[in-house]
Design a protein around this ligand. Structure first.
Ligand SMILES: Cc1cc2nc3c(=O)[nH]c(=O)nc-3n(C[C@H](O)[C@H](O)[C@H](O)COP(=O)(O)OP(=O)(O)OC[C@H]3O[C@@H](n4cnc5c(N)ncnc54)[C@H](O)[C@@H]3O)c2cc1C
Length: 388
């Protein structure tokens, strides 16, 4: 396999375009949305105009004809400046549209993907429930056949992009039967926004990602046509494992971006801020922090690009994706803590980007599989039990 650590020309051009957008259009205004816990519709519209929501999808469904690497490159550059927009893009593409692209019928793809790829509409993925996150086999939401409809009942927690003004649908996992051993048979079903009985709660009050949309969803006798099932009945568990494996590479790229953003901000500040008659960066204690932060961000980038290269080459990538997600999320937290330290008291003020990065970093160790879950996956692969 030819591992590529340098970006191909078109990906490098994309990286520069998103970098420019993040620095010129996002950086000056995102703090205000964040403080108001407001969803940044104008910025999302601009991202849509740039084609970011269609990056890894074929042109026949309204996509840009790119690949998963392109999505990850865009996520890293966005998260260097702001994680709320980055997670909005990540969830819309990797969790909202990707299950339809990977598992949908031709008719389902043609029906739902064009609006999602154009960014006119957002999709969401509802796996987590109040009583189960890491252990998705504990899903309690049910979908029961009634004539030519599914009748869905249950609750989903912490669902990203599920309640914006432009959310078209949420794909939910639900128990549709029992296997011979009594374990649940889980399927994935698309529920369009506005379906009667489908209630979207007010946004959560969160520690970070404050300019992104996260909500609890309730389903009370929600009826959707049988043809809203994605893929074969009972394949939901395998489907979301695949979606989460890929998604971890995307989250890793996002975490790397945050870690690099901490370096960017800290290098600038360490050169400007003076104490004891000289810039603080001239103290070895600060300079070594910067060197360690850069080393961590660089290593994290290599890790996610390795996992992405394996994915694109059609090779197994589960372990490498888990390693990348585990490492990059933990170093994002470390870099955010160090960046705040370098900024002193100003680092604790919300007007400084590092304060936002500090608040946004912690969730990276939790979402799309906690650090403990990543360690379980890596260990299982090492012991040869993860090949299913
Ligand atoms: C802002 C935000 C956005 C999110 N967006 C989405 C979304 O769009 N869609 C979606 O479906 N979900 C989403 N989530 C949910 C997220 O994926 C879950 O919170 C996460 O998977 C953890 O699940 P949990 O919260 O139920 O924790 P639990 O599974 O209850 O875990 C609690 C703790 O126990 C540990 N633990 C659990 N089992 C083990 C074990 N066997 N060994 C060792 N430790 C263990 C965990 O690692 C964790 O530290 C989001 C969450 C947040 C906060």
């Amino acid at each position: 396999m030819a591992l590529q650590y340098r970006l191909p020309t078109e990906h490098e051009e994309l990286r520069r375009t998103v970098e420019k957008f993040a620095q010129e259009a996002v950086a000056p205004v995102i703090g205000d949305y964040y403080e108001r816990h407001a969803f940044p519709y104008p910025l999302v519209r601009e991202m849509a105009g740039m084609g970011l929501f269609g990056l890894p999808f074929p042109e026949e469904y309204g996509g840009m004809g790119g690949d998963y690497l392109a999505l990850c490159v865009a996520l890293e550059e966005l998260a260097r400046v702001d994680s709320s927009l980055a997670i909005t893009l990540e969830a819309a593409v990797s969790l909202g549209a990707m299950p339809i692209f990977r598992f949908g019928t031709e008719e389902q793809k043609r029906r739902w993907l064009p609006r999602l790829c154009s960014g006119e509409a957002l999709g969401a993925f509802g796996l987590t429930e109040p009583e189960c996150g890491s252990d998705a086999s504990g899903t309690r939401t049910t979908a029961v056949r009634d004539g030519d409809h599914w009748v869905i009942n249950g609750t989903k927690s912490f669902i990203t992009n599920s309640g914006t003004e432009i959310t078209d649908l949420v794909t939910v996992t639900a128990v549709t039967g029992r296997k011979a051993d009594g374990s649940p048979e889980i399927s994935t079903i698309v529920v369009p926004s506005g379906t009667p009985g489908f209630t979207v709660a007010a946004p959560y009050s969160k520690v970070g990602w404050n300019a992104s949309d996260t909500r609890e969803l309730s389903f009370s006798d929600v009826r959707v046509p049988l043809e809203n099932l994605l893929g074969a009945e009972g394949r939901g568990y395998a489907q979301f494992l695949r979606i989460l494996d890929e998604g971890r590479i995307a989250i890793s790229a996002l975490a790397t971006g945050l870690a690099q953003g901490c370096v960017d901000e800290s290098v600038r500040y360490a050169a400007e801020r003076r104490a004891f008659g000289r810039p603080i960066g001239e103290n070895q204690a600060i300079a070594f922090k910067l060197a360690d932060m850069e080393t961590r961000a660089h290593t994290a980038r290599l890790a996610w690009r390795d996992a992405a290269a394996r994915l694109l080459a059609g090779e197994p990538f589960k372990k490498e994706a888990a390693i990348a997600k585990l490492y990059s999320s933990e170093i994002a937290v470390t870099n955010a803590r160090e960046a705040t330290q370098i900024h002193g008291g100003y680092g604790f003020m919300n007007e400084y980007p590092v304060a936002r990065m500090w608040r946004d970093s912690k969730i990276l160790e939790i979402g799309e599989g906690t650090s403990e879950v990543q360690r379980m996956l890596i260990a299982r692969e090492l012991m040869g039990r993860g090949r299913d």
